[in-house]
Every structure is written in C-alpha cells, then in structure tokens.
Write a protein that binds this ligand. Structure first.
Ligand SMILES: Cc1cc2nc3c(=O)[nH]c(=O)nc-3n(C[C@H](O)[C@H](O)[C@H](O)COP(=O)(O)O)c2cc1C
Length: 325
C-alpha cells in the first residue's frame, strides 16, 4: 500500500475497533507533549539544493548491522489490541522484509524468543524494574538468543500516565548512576540507554560506558510539557561527541522529518506509531510498506537537499523558523 492508503486505512480501522483515541491521541496529563511530538517538526524547514544532485543512498549501519534504512523499530511491547494477535512477531516480520531492525521492550521471555526466531536484527530494552535482577536476567537472555544490543529505558522510573491515570507506579524505580554502571558490566553487547533528554544524563550515560543513547520522551507518556528530542539533540551531540550512537524518537511519521533528525546529529530514528499504523492497515506487509514508504520519502528529500548518503547530511540543509502556520 502507498503511504496515504496506509494512513487512511489505519485510521478507519482504529476507529472501527474503538482504539483510535487510546493509540493516537494519548499523552500524560494534558497531553501537550504529544502535541509537541506532532507539531515541532513544522518549526524546521528544508532547503532545496538540487544542482549536481544525482542519487541518494539510505543504507545505515547500526550496532554493526547493515540496514536499508536508518528508520528502525522503537522498543515495542504488546499493545493488547484484540484484532492483532502476536503483534511483536508481526512487526518483526515486517521490519525484516523492509531491511530494518526490530526493538523489543516490556515482554515475556517466550514472546521475546519468538521474535528472535524471525531472524531480524533485534535489540532489547528492559525497564527500570525495582527488581534489578529481572533487568539483568532479560539482558542475559537477549544476549544468549542473539540480540544485537541490549539496554534499558531510564525514563520509566515512576511509571507512565495515560491522561491522569498512572500505570506501573509500584513496579519501577529510577536508576542511580552506580546501578547503571553495574548493569553495563553484565553484557558484552552494545549497551543502550533510552529516555535521555538532558545533557547531564547524556554525560552520565557516557560515564557508565553506554554505546548508544535514545533521545525520547517515551511517546509523550511520562512527563507533561516534556521537550521534543530534536530540541535538545544538537546540545547533546555536542556534549556526547561523535563516538556514541544517538538515536531519537517521538512522532516520526514522515521521511522528511527523519532527514531533519539526521541533519541535527542523529544516527537513526526509532518509530512506534508508524509501525502500529502499518500493522493495523495490513499486518506485516503494512509494516514493510510503511517503512519502505518512509524510507522512499527520506531518499527523495535527501536528493532534493543534495545529500548523496547519510554521512553527507548536515545541519546546513535546515532552516529554523520562528513561526508555524
Ligand atoms: C505499541 C507500543 C509499545 C511500546 N512499548 C514500549 C516498551 O515496552 N518500552 C519502551 O521503552 N518503549 C515502548 N514504546 C515506545 C517506543 O519505543 C518509542 O519510544 C515510541 O513509540 C516512539 O514514538 P512514536 O510512537 O511517536 O514513533 C512502545 C510504543 C508502542 C507504539
């Protein structure tokens, strides 16, 4: 399916299934972070630069894996949608076909093992469970089953909120720097810290030996009035230097916006909602189509801004606006 067909079909089906509100208009408390995730991209324009432009190569290397695209899955868990049995496997198949990478978040050991059988490069992000041994156990299991990277999110220490309703409050606790240092020592795999939005946390992630950080406001479901990752990305790249892998997420539904993230210093972009929409529209094939369409948009935008490959994308193709229409 083409991009517009995917989006229209997903919206129609979500409304029919009564899940549109829950899965499209969510956000902690007032939901303003969600609005920012959708709207912030409008404040950045792309400058056409076409003379001598020929082709654009979207291939990316993340965690040692050569991928067709820098658009990879966020850390995903089962959304509990009745019409979507075995969602993680469906998404993993779709991401494999698209030449991308799968991410797995909170899930059972069995469901994770099923994803690993599909044979798509997969990373695992655990949660700040109060039971720290559970985090270590999930990391070790992932390593044993052939994950390409492991890590944890750090933003979920107080759980999350859908509107004013809290979830996971009692099961989680924020990590200390010492605890993260110990956790990092438990694996030889690249170690990811997800949920960084302040340069202080980026510096701490470097200190504990993280190989990658994910700038994320966790789908707007943790902190109301939270910044968008692109607002803080340039400062964090400056502090973190070139060596660490920086991934970002938050409302990326279009290749043009992925280009903005890459131009501001990201190595790759994570998507959750886009995968969900693709799968609602047409199962695994819908996921493949969604990633392929977004990658096509990225490639076209790269050609139109004179960027032949991911390494040549720089901030000077962007124009920061002081207005939004
Ligand atoms: C169905 C679904 C389940 C998710 N489960 C997790 C999870 O278990 N752990 C986690 O860190 N993030 C989880 N996320 C968040 C994603 O990893 C990612 O941060 C987010 O989806 C990016 O924003 P976007 O949905 O606007 O693309 C989930 C997202 C979706 C859509």
């Amino acid at each position: 399916m083409r991009y517009d067909e995917l989006m229209e079909t997903a919206e129609k089906k979500m409304k029919e299934q009564g899940i549109f509100e829950r899965w499209s208009l969510y956000g902690a408390e007032t939901g303003y972070t969600r609005i920012t995730n959708n709207e912030f991209f409008k404040t950045i324009g792309l400058k056409l630069r076409t003379i001598d432009s020929t082709s654009a190569d979207t291939h990316a290397v993340l965690f040692g894996q050569k991928l067709s695209t820098p658009i990879i899955a966020g850390a995903m868990s089962n959304p509990g949608i009745k019409e979507m049995p075995a969602p993680l496997q469906c998404w993993a198949k779709g991401m494999k076909e698209a030449g991308s990478m799968m991410g797995v978040g909170i899930t059972s050991a069995d469901a994770f093992a099923e994803v690993m059988k599909i044979g798509v490069p997969t990373y695992r992000i655990s949660k700040p469970f109060k039971d720290r041994q559970k985090v270590v156990g999930e990391m070790k299991e992932a390593e044993k089953l052939g994950a390409v990277a492991v890590g944890t999110d750090i933003d979920f220490g107080l759980g999350n909120k859908v509107g004013y309703k809290p979830f996971y409050t009692n099961e989680m606790a924020p990590f200390s720097c010492e605890e993260l240092t110990e956790l990092r020592k438990e694996t030889k795999l690249p170690f990811i810290v997800k949920g960084i939005l302040h340069e202080d946390d980026a510096e701490k992630a470097l200190k504990i030996g993280a190989d990658a950080i994910v700038l994320s406001n966790h789908r707007a479901m943790v902190l109301d009035y939270c910044v968008h990752p692109l607002e803080v990305l340039p400062r964090i790249r400056e502090v973190a230097g070139k060596k660490i892998t920086i991934l970002v997420d938050g409302g990326f539904m279009l290749g043009s916006n992925v280009l903005k993230a890459l131009a501001l210093g990201a190595d790759g972009v994570l998507v959750g909602q886009a995968i969900l929409c693709g799968a609602v529209a047409n199962e695994a094939q819908g996921v493949t189509d969604m990633i392929t369409e977004m990658t096509g948009q990225l490639q076209r935008a790269m050609m139109l801004t004179g960027c032949p490959d991911l390494n040549s994308i720089e901030e000077f193709i962007l124009h920061k606006r002081n207005y939004v229409l």
